[in-house]
Design a protein around this ligand. Structure first.
Ligand code: BG6
Length: 519
């Protein structure tokens, strides 16, 4: 397929306003579970990127908290992580001053006495550096510790500091099902008011995901056709080539539906489907998302399929099957692939199917949304029976590439030059993020951390949204949990998943798009 590339000239970019980013008030960021991978690979690199961009206040402290006695080794390990995972030059002069803001405090998450010591240490640090009472607690631990940490923070009055503001950031998974999510919400809200709670979905930190709102609501031409009258169907794919990467015990309990579909994919779906919010503010945006989720009838088992990968070839390399992964049951019934069809019962979307699929060890890494428009009402060119390489008229297709090669493409039919007949060939108008704006080393946590520090909840999940999504998937989760499929594994690693996913779409005469990525 031919492609026209669109780009922004470097000189245009240098003229662009840098944006009046707000800078958070002085405060202490306390990361629980700081010895884990997330802190080193994502959180500290993102914090350093903010620091490089002068977006952190002059007076701040980052305190890592975990069980091990790490002492000064913690800051050194974080520096190494910033260089390795943050694309930062080890000779960057800002590293030395940044590291002065980092310290470590060993703590047993379930020992109340340790929290009294932690509180004293935070107060001491804040007084010494004139930081003030602002506190942001980031829970990056295993989920079983969330409730206990929150309770202990409450017991020490650390959630409501004197004359100050405190907030808590909670990593996913937020609950394992509807009941556990409700219980966790109650436990968290018993200590923190909802406007102090920041439930992270890291997909919302991705530039391309935020751009969905800009694309829809900063441009006038798409909104009039963004509905059932013009759109045939929507596909959302989160395809990964990675397997479970040593996270066997976690994944055994999760599976693709809980791990990716019920949260990340539902966020993507909501941004595609929501009505225009009246402003880009937490309440407006979150209210519109909730309306979308509430308009989705719960998904019957017959509209969903699951898969599990066996051995195969991924990117030319032989890989083992899921059941042979470390600490995974050889009879595991956990799905590593899920695909489903859902509908949104409102005026805009009635009758438009949304197809979602997510899987590990698939052919290619690609997260994409594609909006397929309806065929023109009369196909006059096909009637000429043109012959040649491109005679098939395909419907317009808008693809939004979330990752890895971020961009947006619009497919349309063009006349093939120099043919005597009206041969039509599909071509792409393509906007590519990297060539327009340059490659960024940001990992998405920059935006989320900055917003949490600023107290802006727009890109974070609300209690009601989390519970609505768990409720939506409850029948499916219950049904799948009750029975292991007879034919597992049912797809080879390195393919596009099990055949049942193809059949799911065939029922309505649709096909999955497998030419993902930049064409
Ligand atoms: C995480 C899941 O939330 O998202 C992982 O737990 C998954 O299993 C990851 O690999 C995908 O995120 P990304 O940003 O790589 O698409």
């Amino acid at each position: 397929m031919a492609t026209m590339h669109m780009s922004v000239r470097a000189e245009d970019l240098s003229q662009m306003p840098k944006g009046g980013e707000r800078i958070p008030d002085p405060g202490v960021l306390v990361i629980f579970g700081a010895s884990g991978d997330l802190t080193k690979r994502k959180l500290l690199p993102a914090l350093f990127h903010l620091y490089q961009a002068n977006l952190l206040p002059d007076r701040f402290a980052i305190v890592g908290v975990a069980r091990r006695a790490l002492g000064d080794a913690f800051a050194a390990e974080m520096l190494a992580g910033i260089v390795e995972f943050g694309g930062v030059d080890a000779a960057d002069p800002k590293l030395a001053s940044f590291v002065e803001h980092i310290s470590y405090f060993p703590l047993h998450f379930d020992d109340p006495a340790h929290y009294a010591s932690l509180k004293a240490e935070l107060d001491r640090l804040a007084a010494e550096r004139n930081i003030g009472p602002g506190r942001l607690y980031y829970l990056a631990t295993a989920p079983e510790f969330f409730a206990g940490i929150v309770e202990n923070l409450g017991a020490q009055a650390m959630a409501q500091p004197d004359n100050g503001h405190a907030a808590v950031v909670i990593e996913k998974p937020f609950g394992h099902d509807l009941d556990s999510a409700r219980e966790l919400n109650q436990q968290v809200n018993a200590v923190f008011h909802e406007d102090q709670v920041f439930r992270i979905d890291h997909y919302l930190g991705k530039e391309t995901v935020q751009n969905l709102l800009v694309f829809r609501f900063a441009n006038g031409i798409f909104e009039p056709i963004w509905n059932r009258n013009y759109i045939d169907h929507v596909q959302i794919t989160v395809a990964e080539t990675l397997g479970v990467e040593g996270r066997g015990p976690f994944y055994e309990k999760a599976g693709a539906l809980r791990d990716v579909v019920q949260n990340h994919m539902m966020e993507l779906l909501a941004l595609v489907a929501l009505e225009p919010p009246s402003s880009f503010e937490a309440d407006s945006v979150r209210r519109e998302k909730l309306k979308v989720w509430r308009a989705i009838p719960s998904i019957p088992v017959t509209d969903a399929v699951r898969g599990q990968y066996g051995p195969g070839l991924v990117n030319g390399e032989r890989v083992i099957g899921y059941r042979d992964e470390e600490r995974v049951s050889p009879e595991s019934g956990t799905e590593t692939f899920a695909a489903l069809r859902l509908s949104i019962d409102n005026w805009r979307w009635a009758g438009v199917p949304f197809f979602l699929r997510a899987g590990k060890r698939l052919r290619k890494r690609a997260t994409e949304i594609s909006i397929q428009f309806k065929q023109p009402p009369l196909l006059i060119f096909n009637r000429l029976h043109a012959t040649g390489p491109c005679t098939e008229i395909q419907p317009n297709l808008l693809t939004i590439r979330i990752q890895p090669d971020e961009g947006i493409a619009l497919r349309f039919g063009a006349k093939v030059p120099t043919t005597s007949q009206m041969a039509v060939c599909p071509v792409n108008m393509d906007f590519d993020y990297a060539s327009a704006f340059g490659k960024s080393s940001a990992n998405g946590y920059e935006r989320l951390l900055l917003d949490a520090l600023l107290g802006d909840q727009t890109l974070f999940s609300h209690r009601d949204g989390v519970e609505t999504n768990w409720a939506l998937y409850k029948p499916l989760l219950d049904a799948w949990g009750a029975r292991t499929p007879d034919v597992f594994p049912n797809y080879f690693a390195g393919t596009w998943g099990p055949d049942c996913a193809i059949h799911l779409l065939e029922k309505t005469g649709h096909l999955w798009r497998n030419d993902l990525g930049r064409q």
